[in-house]
Ligand binder design. Structure first.
Ligand SMILES: Cc1cc2nc3c(=O)[nH]c(=O)nc-3n(C[C@H](O)[C@H](O)[C@H](O)COP(=O)(O)O)c2cc1C
Length: 165
């Protein structure tokens, strides 16, 4: 079997770069975004939390060793994206804290509950969640907008305070 050491090293570096130490607290935002709207929310949360945002579709994502795992997705047919579900199913059981976010066309996205069920099944304590509307067809044009993104940033900074030193 050929092991591509450079690929593994690159992925480790990308993880270390994004999973930032906040005092002694290690956190990462991991998201799936098919159309880019959830990505904007993920980036706003990571700004507030002062850590990076990892795209589960392209970045190496690890949950092991984190004190806070923040997971988000758009909502597709009432579900989070399959790639984030695969990521969650693949993470080892943990005892850390987690937070969830989602974007959706309608209110109260069911994807949040689905993510919560998987995380709690793994032993994570889900401490908070955030959702906002995302533009879809003729609805929610312009969302997430500036106000949504400011609220997402505040969600991130509140998480930071809650996890504080
Ligand atoms: C194929 C598809 C299915 C969707 N299904 C739902 C749904 O079941 N419920 C809902 O509230 N929004 C639904 N939406 C709207 C998306 O959740 C919303 O546009 C979200 O912001 C997309 O995020 P993204 O741009 O990060 O992919 C759907 C969108 C697409 C493209």
């Amino acid at each position: 079997m050929t092991v591509n050491c450079n690929l593994i090293l690159n992925r480790m570096q990308s993880f270390i770069q994004y999973a930032t130490l906040i005092g002694t607290m290690k956190a990462a935002v991991v998201y799936y975004s098919k159309g880019g709207k959830t990505r904007k929310v993920a980036e706003a949360i990571s700004k507030g939390l002062e850590c990076g945002a990892l795209d589960v579709g392209t970045d190496a994502c690890e949950a092991a060793g984190l004190d806070l795992l923040v997971v988000g997705s758009g909502t597709y047919g009432g579900m989070p994206g399959p790639k984030i579900v695969d990521f969650l199913n693949g993470i080892p059981a943990g005892s850390g804290k987690a937070a969830i976010f989602a974007t959706s066309a309608g209110p109260s996205p069911k994807s949040i509950q689905k993510i919560k069920d998987i995380l709690e099944g793994k032993g994570y304590q889900v401490i908070s969640s955030f959702s906002c509307r995302g533009h879809f067809l003729l609805s929610n044009r312009g969302h997430p907008d500036e106000k949504d993104l400011e609220e997402a940033k505040v969600f991130g900074s509140d998480l930071k305070k809650r996890m504080g030193p």
